[in-house]
Design a protein around this ligand. Structure first.
Ligand code: UDX
Length: 435
């Protein structure tokens, strides 16, 4: 099948390469010519396990092409919109500029009967607003949300939990989109459920899923505050409540909170849209979810300050700038936000990360001084703060680091270290809600 993917960020680039790997001919378009050139030469512009190999393999197969020219997509029968919907700078709403620009650039080039499938996370109502434009251009609109997680993006795209089709209220158009999407996803459909619904439900599923995940994390983080006050251990508590199948063990890791390009902005956009629809109060609890998440970072800073008897003049090593391991994504990074709070308190901060160095350089203006390795970051440190649970940080040797720091104080912001091991090496250990 001939497909196009508009937008080659974390979502679009992986979707394009994965679709090429299952046998489709894919043209991926982006207005960022530098990004297009990098991808076309086989260089992944971000860190994602398994993506580099997949990119090279699909480029070599001749089934994947990158371009900045929308005219190159004209032959495709199915176009995926995979551009970003960040938070607007002036409000909590999603910024749809890229979605409307992508659709506007695409429509003059589609062939009659082509299907345009939105994958971007959008406020409910966007698809029905876009449908008229797509129909006037001779196309058919569908909404096909993406649930991939960074760090597992290739796996999640090849083996999704579920595939959702939001289809038009017009039966003829719905039939065209259904057949086209089924043809595209045939390799995946044998092993995962396919759910068919209206546009609004499909749009809401994505934000509802992310709001639920964020709520689960903030729930355990709120409980971790009670654990700290009561001298209980949130890791044991989470394990025990998670064994109840109705609750489940995943997304119950207490720590310095959720970050990234999805959860924080999606809960705000969901609430904002609900308010537009006159039911804002129904999602007021998401403001608390957000506030608990913020307070986890502030709590980490306060704990370090108390352990050191103040922050002014202290040197602190922050391990982890990516918002999660196996990614170089520094959007809403808990490590960087904590680094900024530490600096505001007068500390000097060295930030390190195994993968996010280049992304930080491109980002510019971040808190802390970036240092390439853990050893250099911790030299002379008064405290070490773990912000991202990279495997190499879990395996750090506390006895070896003890010889490099000025004070053996560690704050384990992901409850990822073995307290007994660190204490045995002479460290003062603090975790999150952990005795
Ligand atoms: C999320 C959704 O999981 C995915 O389905 C959606 O398509 C996009 O948004 P992602 O942003 O890649 O994916 O990261 P996710 O794995 O959800 O983690 C988000 C944040 O929550 C990370 O900062 C992570 O460290 C944090 N987290 C996760 C916790 O603090 N505790 C947990 O138990 C789990």
């Amino acid at each position: 099948m001939k497909l196009s993917v508009i937008g080659v960020g974390y979502l679009g680039a992986v979707h394009a390469a994965t679709m090429a790997s299952v046998g489709h001919d894919v043209v991926a378009v982006d207005s960022d010519e530098g990004r297009v050139a990098a991808l076309a030469s086989g260089t992944a512009p971000f860190v994602e396990p398994g993506f580099d190999g997949l990119l090279r393999q699909t480029l070599d197969s001749g089934r994947l092409h990158f371009t900045a020219d929308y005219r190159d997509v004209a032959e495709a029968g199915l176009h995926f919109i995979a551009v970003g919907t960040p938070q607007r700078p002036d409000s909590h709403a999603a910024d749809l500029t890229h979605v409307y620009a992508a659709v506007g650039s695409l429509l003059p080039h589609i062939r009659p009967g082509a299907v345009v499938a939105g994958k971007s996370t959008v406020p409910v109502g966007t698809a029905s607003d876009l449908e008229g434009r797509v129909v006037r251009a001779g196309g058919v609109l569908a909404w096909n949300p993406e649930f991939l997680r960074e760090g597992f993006a290739v796996r999640d795209t090849l083996k999704p939990d579920r595939i959702v089709y939001g289809l038009s209220a017009d039966a003829g158009r719905a039939g065209v989109a259904l057949a086209r999407l089924d043809e595209c996803y045939a390799p995946m459909l044998s092993s995962c459920p396919r759910l068919i619904m209206d546009f609004a439900t499909a749009e809401l599923i994505k934000v509802a899923a992310n709001a639920f995940l964020a709520t689960k994390i903030s729930f355990i983080n709120a409980v971790s505050q009670v654990c700290d006050a009561a001298g209980a251990d949130v890791t044991l508590l989470a394990e025990a409540i998670g064994l109840d199948e109705r609750i489940g063990r995943r997304f119950l890791r207490a720590g310095v909170g959720f970050g990234g390009g999805c959860l924080p902005k999606d809960i705000r956009a969901f609430r904002d849209r609900a308010a537009d629809l006159g039911v804002g109060e129904a999602l007021d609890f998401l403001a608390d979810v957000d506030a608990v998440n913020d307070s986890q970072r502030t709590r980490a800073v306060r704990t370090v300050r108390d352990l050191l008897g103040g922050l002014a003049g202290r040197r602190i090593a922050v391990l982890g700038a990516a918002f999660k391991p196996d990614s170089d994504d520094v959007r809403t990074s808990p490590g960087l936000l904590i680094a900024a709070e530490l600096e505001a308190g007068g500390a000097s901060v060295a930030v390190t990360d195994p993968a996010a160095g280049p992304a930080l350089e491109a980002h510019g203006g971040h808190a802390g001084e970036f240092v390439a390795g853990v050893q250099d970051a911790v030299v002379g440190a008064d405290a070490v703060l773990l912000a991202t649970e990279w495997e190499e940080y879990r395996r750090l040797d506390p006895a070896q680091l003890a010889g490099l720091v000025r004070r053996r104080v560690v704050f384990d912001g992901r409850n990822a270290l073995d307290p007994a091991r660190w204490k045995a090496a002479g460290w003062t250990y603090r975790g999150v809600g952990r005795r």
